[in-house]
Design a protein around this ligand. Structure first.
Ligand code: NAG
Ligand code: NAG
Length: 272
Protein backbone atom coordinates (compact mmCIF):
# COMPACT_ATOMS: atom_id res chain seq x y z
CA UNK A 1 0.00 0.00 0.00
CA UNK A 2 2.79 2.39 0.99
CA UNK A 3 4.72 1.45 -2.11
CA UNK A 4 1.68 2.08 -4.27
CA UNK A 5 1.19 5.47 -2.65
CA UNK A 6 4.83 6.33 -3.24
CA UNK A 7 4.60 5.23 -6.85
CA UNK A 8 1.43 7.27 -7.30
CA UNK A 9 3.10 10.25 -5.69
CA UNK A 10 6.07 9.81 -8.00
CA UNK A 11 3.91 9.60 -11.12
CA UNK A 12 1.81 12.54 -9.99
CA UNK A 13 4.58 14.72 -8.75
CA UNK A 14 7.55 14.01 -10.98
CA UNK A 15 5.48 13.31 -14.06
CA UNK A 16 6.98 11.22 -16.82
CA UNK A 17 9.68 13.00 -18.77
CA UNK A 18 7.73 16.13 -19.55
CA UNK A 19 9.04 18.36 -22.33
CA UNK A 20 8.85 21.25 -19.88
CA UNK A 21 11.56 19.69 -17.73
CA UNK A 22 14.38 22.06 -16.92
CA UNK A 23 17.98 20.83 -16.76
CA UNK A 24 20.49 22.87 -14.82
CA UNK A 25 24.22 22.23 -14.46
CA UNK A 26 26.45 23.18 -11.57
CA UNK A 27 29.77 22.33 -9.97
CA UNK A 28 30.12 20.91 -6.47
CA UNK A 29 30.38 23.80 -3.99
CA UNK A 30 28.03 26.10 -5.91
CA UNK A 31 24.95 27.76 -4.51
CA UNK A 32 21.80 26.94 -6.48
CA UNK A 33 18.55 28.88 -6.54
CA UNK A 34 15.42 27.29 -8.01
CA UNK A 35 12.34 29.42 -8.49
CA UNK A 36 8.76 28.29 -8.21
CA UNK A 37 6.89 29.68 -11.20
CA UNK A 38 3.46 29.03 -9.71
CA UNK A 39 4.12 31.71 -7.11
CA UNK A 40 3.20 35.10 -8.54
CA UNK A 41 5.19 38.22 -7.79
CA UNK A 42 2.49 39.77 -5.59
CA UNK A 43 2.55 36.81 -3.20
CA UNK A 44 4.14 37.64 0.15
CA UNK A 45 3.49 34.47 2.10
CA UNK A 46 5.12 31.12 1.49
CA UNK A 47 3.12 29.36 4.20
CA UNK A 48 1.61 26.86 1.80
CA UNK A 49 4.62 26.09 -0.41
CA UNK A 50 5.91 22.54 -0.75
CA UNK A 51 9.17 21.46 -2.33
CA UNK A 52 9.86 17.84 -3.30
CA UNK A 53 13.17 16.22 -4.05
CA UNK A 54 13.53 13.05 -6.11
CA UNK A 55 16.91 11.39 -5.95
CA UNK A 56 15.74 8.34 -7.88
CA UNK A 57 12.55 6.52 -8.72
CA UNK A 58 12.14 5.14 -5.20
CA UNK A 59 13.28 8.10 -3.12
CA UNK A 60 11.01 11.08 -2.67
CA UNK A 61 11.68 13.64 0.04
CA UNK A 62 9.35 16.42 1.04
CA UNK A 63 12.09 18.93 1.81
CA UNK A 64 9.79 21.92 2.37
CA UNK A 65 6.28 21.52 3.69
CA UNK A 66 3.88 24.39 4.47
CA UNK A 67 6.69 26.88 4.17
CA UNK A 68 8.97 25.07 6.64
CA UNK A 69 12.26 23.28 5.92
CA UNK A 70 11.87 19.62 6.87
CA UNK A 71 14.52 19.17 9.56
CA UNK A 72 14.58 15.40 8.96
CA UNK A 73 15.84 15.89 5.43
CA UNK A 74 19.57 15.13 5.01
CA UNK A 75 19.84 18.43 3.12
CA UNK A 76 18.14 20.53 5.83
CA UNK A 77 21.29 22.46 6.86
CA UNK A 78 21.83 23.71 3.33
CA UNK A 79 18.27 24.69 2.44
CA UNK A 80 16.49 28.00 2.68
CA UNK A 81 13.52 29.74 1.08
CA UNK A 82 14.09 32.97 -0.77
CA UNK A 83 12.21 35.50 -2.84
CA UNK A 84 8.86 34.22 -4.17
CA UNK A 85 9.40 30.97 -2.26
CA UNK A 86 12.43 30.02 -4.35
CA UNK A 87 14.56 27.21 -2.96
CA UNK A 88 18.23 27.88 -2.23
CA UNK A 89 20.75 25.08 -1.70
CA UNK A 90 24.18 26.20 -0.59
CA UNK A 91 27.47 24.35 -1.11
CA UNK A 92 25.97 21.60 -3.24
CA UNK A 93 27.63 18.19 -3.40
CA UNK A 94 27.08 15.12 -5.56
CA UNK A 95 24.40 14.00 -3.07
CA UNK A 96 22.14 16.90 -4.05
CA UNK A 97 21.78 15.77 -7.68
CA UNK A 98 18.27 14.82 -8.74
CA UNK A 99 14.93 16.40 -9.57
CA UNK A 100 13.22 19.20 -7.63
CA UNK A 101 9.64 20.34 -7.92
CA UNK A 102 7.47 22.82 -6.07
CA UNK A 103 3.76 22.67 -5.33
CA UNK A 104 1.81 25.87 -4.82
CA UNK A 105 -1.83 26.89 -5.22
CA UNK A 106 -2.90 23.40 -6.27
CA UNK A 107 -0.35 23.26 -9.09
CA UNK A 108 2.86 21.38 -9.55
CA UNK A 109 5.62 23.36 -11.21
CA UNK A 110 7.94 21.89 -13.83
CA UNK A 111 10.67 19.50 -12.75
CA UNK A 112 14.10 20.99 -12.31
CA UNK A 113 16.85 18.42 -12.82
CA UNK A 114 19.97 19.46 -10.96
CA UNK A 115 23.09 17.93 -12.55
CA UNK A 116 26.38 18.31 -10.71
CA UNK A 117 29.89 18.05 -12.14
CA UNK A 118 32.74 16.94 -9.89
CA UNK A 119 36.45 16.64 -10.73
CA UNK A 120 38.95 14.94 -8.45
CA UNK A 121 42.54 13.63 -8.63
CA UNK A 122 43.95 10.38 -7.30
CA UNK A 123 47.17 8.46 -7.57
CA UNK A 124 46.63 6.15 -10.53
CA UNK A 125 46.12 2.43 -9.96
CA UNK A 126 47.45 1.86 -13.46
CA UNK A 127 50.73 -0.14 -13.59
CA UNK A 128 52.34 2.73 -15.51
CA UNK A 129 51.65 5.01 -12.54
CA UNK A 130 50.78 8.67 -12.83
CA UNK A 131 47.68 10.51 -11.74
CA UNK A 132 44.04 9.81 -12.53
CA UNK A 133 41.59 12.68 -12.85
CA UNK A 134 37.99 11.56 -12.44
CA UNK A 135 35.24 13.69 -13.93
CA UNK A 136 31.66 12.76 -13.01
CA UNK A 137 28.30 14.24 -13.83
CA UNK A 138 25.85 13.34 -11.06
CA UNK A 139 22.32 13.12 -12.38
CA UNK A 140 18.88 11.88 -11.40
CA UNK A 141 19.22 8.11 -11.29
CA UNK A 142 17.61 6.72 -14.38
CA UNK A 143 19.03 9.30 -16.76
CA UNK A 144 21.86 8.01 -18.92
CA UNK A 145 24.71 9.98 -20.36
CA UNK A 146 25.12 10.08 -24.10
CA UNK A 147 28.37 8.36 -25.13
CA UNK A 148 31.36 10.72 -25.32
CA UNK A 149 29.45 13.58 -23.75
CA UNK A 150 32.33 14.08 -21.30
CA UNK A 151 35.52 15.32 -22.95
CA UNK A 152 38.94 16.53 -21.86
CA UNK A 153 40.90 19.59 -22.91
CA UNK A 154 44.48 20.57 -22.21
CA UNK A 155 45.81 23.97 -21.20
CA UNK A 156 45.78 25.20 -24.80
CA UNK A 157 42.07 24.24 -25.01
CA UNK A 158 42.82 21.43 -27.45
CA UNK A 159 40.76 18.31 -27.04
CA UNK A 160 42.82 15.43 -25.71
CA UNK A 161 42.81 12.31 -27.84
CA UNK A 162 42.84 8.82 -26.47
CA UNK A 163 46.17 8.01 -28.15
CA UNK A 164 48.00 11.05 -26.81
CA UNK A 165 51.48 10.09 -25.56
CA UNK A 166 51.22 12.12 -22.39
CA UNK A 167 47.74 11.13 -21.27
CA UNK A 168 45.02 8.69 -22.08
CA UNK A 169 41.48 8.24 -20.96
CA UNK A 170 39.13 5.35 -20.57
CA UNK A 171 35.93 5.04 -22.53
CA UNK A 172 33.22 6.93 -20.72
CA UNK A 173 31.14 4.69 -18.50
CA UNK A 174 27.80 6.08 -17.39
CA UNK A 175 28.53 9.72 -16.59
CA UNK A 176 32.12 9.16 -15.48
CA UNK A 177 35.38 9.65 -17.38
CA UNK A 178 38.90 9.03 -16.10
CA UNK A 179 41.89 10.87 -17.52
CA UNK A 180 45.15 9.08 -16.75
CA UNK A 181 48.21 11.30 -16.94
CA UNK A 182 51.27 9.08 -17.26
CA UNK A 183 54.04 11.45 -18.26
CA UNK A 184 53.88 14.96 -17.09
CA UNK A 185 56.42 17.17 -18.81
CA UNK A 186 55.45 20.47 -17.30
CA UNK A 187 55.76 21.32 -13.65
CA UNK A 188 52.08 22.20 -13.40
CA UNK A 189 49.33 21.92 -15.95
CA UNK A 190 45.67 22.62 -16.18
CA UNK A 191 43.18 20.08 -17.48
CA UNK A 192 39.52 20.75 -18.23
CA UNK A 193 36.59 18.36 -18.26
CA UNK A 194 33.51 19.42 -20.22
CA UNK A 195 30.02 18.00 -20.43
CA UNK A 196 28.80 18.54 -23.98
CA UNK A 197 25.41 17.90 -25.57
CA UNK A 198 24.87 18.64 -29.28
CA UNK A 199 28.19 20.51 -29.37
CA UNK A 200 27.04 22.81 -26.59
CA UNK A 201 29.15 22.93 -23.45
CA UNK A 202 26.72 22.63 -20.55
CA UNK A 203 29.30 22.74 -17.77
CA UNK A 204 33.05 22.38 -17.31
CA UNK A 205 35.56 22.13 -14.50
CA UNK A 206 39.33 22.74 -14.33
CA UNK A 207 42.01 20.95 -12.41
CA UNK A 208 45.57 22.20 -12.12
CA UNK A 209 47.86 19.29 -11.58
CA UNK A 210 51.04 20.18 -9.75
CA UNK A 211 53.67 17.63 -10.62
CA UNK A 212 55.18 15.91 -7.59
CA UNK A 213 58.02 14.38 -9.60
CA UNK A 214 60.49 17.12 -10.65
CA UNK A 215 60.97 17.08 -14.40
CA UNK A 216 64.21 16.21 -16.19
CA UNK A 217 65.25 19.82 -16.87
CA UNK A 218 64.97 20.70 -13.18
CA UNK A 219 67.02 17.62 -12.23
CA UNK A 220 69.76 18.65 -14.71
CA UNK A 221 69.75 22.23 -13.34
CA UNK A 222 70.08 20.89 -9.78
CA UNK A 223 73.00 18.61 -10.75
CA UNK A 224 74.84 21.37 -12.66
CA UNK A 225 74.29 23.82 -9.80
CA UNK A 226 75.51 21.29 -7.20
CA UNK A 227 78.68 20.43 -9.17
CA UNK A 228 79.38 24.15 -9.71
CA UNK A 229 78.90 24.97 -6.03
CA UNK A 230 81.09 22.05 -4.97
CA UNK A 231 83.88 23.17 -7.35
CA UNK A 232 83.76 26.73 -5.95
CA UNK A 233 83.83 25.41 -2.38
CA UNK A 234 86.86 23.20 -3.13
CA UNK A 235 88.75 26.09 -4.80
CA UNK A 236 87.95 28.52 -1.95
CA UNK A 237 88.82 25.89 0.63
CA UNK A 238 92.14 25.10 -1.03
CA UNK A 239 93.05 28.80 -1.41
CA UNK A 240 92.31 29.52 2.25
CA UNK A 241 94.26 26.43 3.31
CA UNK A 242 97.33 27.28 1.20
CA UNK A 243 97.29 30.94 2.35
CA UNK A 244 97.07 29.99 6.02
CA UNK A 245 99.93 27.48 5.58
CA UNK A 246 102.13 30.25 4.05
CA UNK A 247 101.30 32.81 6.79
CA UNK A 248 101.89 30.57 9.81
CA UNK A 249 105.14 29.30 8.28
CA UNK A 250 107.49 26.60 9.54
CA UNK A 251 107.69 27.90 13.14
CA UNK A 252 104.28 26.49 13.98
CA UNK A 253 104.71 23.39 11.91
CA UNK A 254 107.78 22.17 13.69
CA UNK A 255 106.36 21.63 17.22
CA UNK A 256 103.29 19.98 15.73
CA UNK A 257 105.42 17.43 14.00
CA UNK A 258 107.50 16.90 17.08
CA UNK A 259 104.39 16.04 19.11
CA UNK A 260 103.45 13.23 16.77
CA UNK A 261 105.59 10.17 17.47
CA UNK A 262 104.58 8.64 14.20
CA UNK A 263 106.95 7.05 11.72
CA UNK A 264 105.30 8.48 8.70
CA UNK A 265 105.25 12.05 10.11
CA UNK A 266 108.98 11.72 10.89
CA UNK A 267 109.63 10.77 7.30
CA UNK A 268 107.82 13.94 6.20
CA UNK A 269 109.99 15.97 8.67
CA UNK A 270 113.15 14.50 7.24
CA UNK A 271 112.08 15.26 3.73
CA UNK A 272 111.27 18.89 4.53
C1 NAG B 1 30.94 22.11 1.55
O1 NAG B 1 30.63 20.75 1.61
C2 NAG B 1 31.75 19.89 1.71
C3 NAG B 1 31.26 18.46 1.75
O2 NAG B 1 30.29 18.25 0.82
C4 NAG B 1 32.55 20.22 2.95
O3 NAG B 1 33.71 19.41 3.00
C5 NAG B 1 32.94 21.68 2.94
O4 NAG B 1 33.59 22.01 4.15
C6 NAG B 1 31.71 22.55 2.77
N1 NAG B 1 32.12 23.94 2.66
C7 NAG B 1 31.54 24.92 3.33
C8 NAG B 1 32.06 26.29 3.07
O5 NAG B 1 30.63 24.71 4.11
C1 NAG C 1 54.43 23.38 -20.99
O1 NAG C 1 53.35 24.30 -20.87
C2 NAG C 1 53.46 25.45 -21.69
C3 NAG C 1 52.27 26.32 -21.41
O2 NAG C 1 51.96 26.32 -20.08
C4 NAG C 1 53.52 25.03 -23.16
O3 NAG C 1 53.70 26.18 -23.97
C5 NAG C 1 54.65 24.07 -23.38
O4 NAG C 1 54.63 23.60 -24.71
C6 NAG C 1 54.54 22.89 -22.43
N1 NAG C 1 55.71 22.02 -22.58
C7 NAG C 1 55.60 20.70 -22.73
C8 NAG C 1 56.89 19.97 -22.89
O5 NAG C 1 54.53 20.11 -22.69
Amino acid sequence: MLLLQLTLLFVLVLGAGSSDDIYIYHRAGDEVIMSCNSVNSSETSCSSIKWFYFRDISTTDTIVSDGQINEDSPQADKLSLGRRCSLTITNISSEDAGAYRCYYGNTYDTNVFLNILTLSANQSTDPVGGVTLTCSLWVYTGIYCVEDSLRWLDEERDELKQDDDEVYYSRQKKCVSDLIITHQMNHSRRYTCQFVINNEVKISADYTLVSTAPNKIIIIIIIVASVGLLTILVIVGLTVFIKSRRKTGAAEDAPKRARVPDGEESTVSYRS
